[in-house]
Design a protein around this ligand. Structure first.
Ligand SMILES: *Cc1c(COP(=O)(O)O)cnc(C)c1O
Length: 381
């Protein structure tokens, strides 16, 4: 089977992890800060906080922005459930903004209208979470401007988008947001097996996320309400979790960062090749905004709704492990039980009825890509 996504692990990656295993620190050593510095440097962010998943990064980001009971977080429906669940962890409520039918990212006019109405009702969200689906940045300049106008905070879910740019600047520099979150799950652009990271330009938000990652415990006397009793002393000053990344994960991530440019370049070349090879088929290729240069985590095609299931099943039977990103979150039973249901977000629902993610990853060969196209063409015929 040709998978839809797959990690690329080099001998150097393996050596980096093995070196950590033989070192003094398996956790809380030098590799995590080195990895954080590498990502912050790539993104042009002042701060980076590594954690054990993007789900945890979204949670600590919401905590740092003091999302809580009585608050609301808005995200898009066509995302992984974690983009919405982070609000529920904080006791806040979730609502959704439909997507743009071309780029599949948060629809700016839908957001504007919804903010206007919410403002009149005195029910503005505290946080909005645009998702850079497939690696293509949402229209962050417009979203950031609206957020500022209404006093709303922004967390970018850039789980797909490390290595992407927006208006010529790296995703993760938080130019139009408060916090930006990346995932390092094996199918994503770089991997640490499990892992995630949040960038920010704000030192206070960074510190709050560090505390949330590790029990709310500080060893900094300046943050304590008394002088330390002795060298052993620490204080818990807020409620946190154990969301720490291990040294093995960070060493893997640090070495993967040296190939981020190559990973994204290869994905862009494969996407451009798909664009050519698929141009005569009865499907919609992924539209790209002039402002965004995608990292191409996913290459999503849309096929006629009446052929969707057939194409999906035929491709899987033909050795191509296609996938679908995503089932709209508001249609999940857990969310339906809160009152959400079909018909509320028609663009995300129409997308769900037609979308298929076809293979794109660093190690995909042109011969394999040709096979994907051949199987797809056969399924559509
Ligand atoms: C993968 C993903 C997440 C969660 O990432 P984990 O690192 O697996 O927790 C969140 N949001 C989106 C859009 C994702 O694709």
């Amino acid at each position: 089977m040709i998978p839809y996504g797959r990690q690329d692990i080099s001998d150097e990656d393996v050596a980096a992890v093995v070196a950590v295993l033989r070192s003094d620190f398996l956790t809380q050593g030098p590799a995590v800060p080195a990895f954080e510095a590498a990502v912050a440097d790539w993104c042009g962010a002042a701060h980076a906080v590594a954690v054990n998943s993007a789900t945890s990064a979204l949670h600590v980001a919401c905590m740092a922005l003091e999302l809580g009971p009585g608050d609301v977080l808005w995200t898009v429906p066509n995302t992984f459930v974690a983009s919405a669940n982070c609000a529920l962890y904080c006791g806040a409520a979730v609502d959704f903004v439909d997507i743009d039918p071309q780029t599949y990212t948060m629809n700016v006019s839908a957001l504007r209208e919804k903010l206007e109405k919410a403002s009149v009702k005195g029910r503005l969200p505290k946080v909005i979470v645009p998702v850079h689906l497939c690696g293509q940045s949402a229209d962050m300049a417009a979203i950031g401007a609206l957020a500022r106008a209404y006093g709303v905070k922004v967390i970018e879910d850039a789980s797909h988008a490390i290595g992407a740019t927006y208006q010529g600047h790296p995703v993760g520099d938080c130019r139009h947001s408060d916090i930006c979150v990346f995932s390092f799950h094996p199918v994503k652009i770089i991997t640490t097996a499990e892992g995630g990271l949040a960038t920010t330009q704000d030192p206070l938000l960074a510190r709050k996320m560090q505390l949330a990652r590790s029990h709310g415990i500080t060893r900094d006397p300046a943050e304590m309400d008394q002088l330390p009793d002795g060298g052993w002393y620490y204080q818990q000053i807020s409620l946190g979790y154990n969301y720490r990344m291990t040294e093995m994960q960070a060493a893997l991530g640090l070495n993967q960062m040296t190939r981020l440019g190559a990973f994204v370049a290869r994905r862009r070349a494969l996407a451009a090749r798909y664009d050519r090879l698929l141009s005569n088929l009865d499907l919609v290729r992924p539209a790209q905004s002039m402002d965004a240069d995608s990292s191409w985590h996913l290459y999503v095609i849309r096929v006629p709704a009446d052929k969707h299931l057939h194409v999906f099943d035929t491709m899987r039977a033909g050795g191509v492990a296609v996938n679908l990103h995503y089932i709209p979150v508001h249609l999940q039973p857990y969310y339906r039980a809160m009152g959400f249901g079909p018909g509320q977000f028609p663009q995300a629902e129409a997308y769900y009825g037609e979308a298929i993610s076809i293979p794109v990853y660093f190690g995909l060969t042109e011969a394999e890509q040709d096979k994907v196209v051949e199987v797809l063409a056969g399924a559509l015929a």
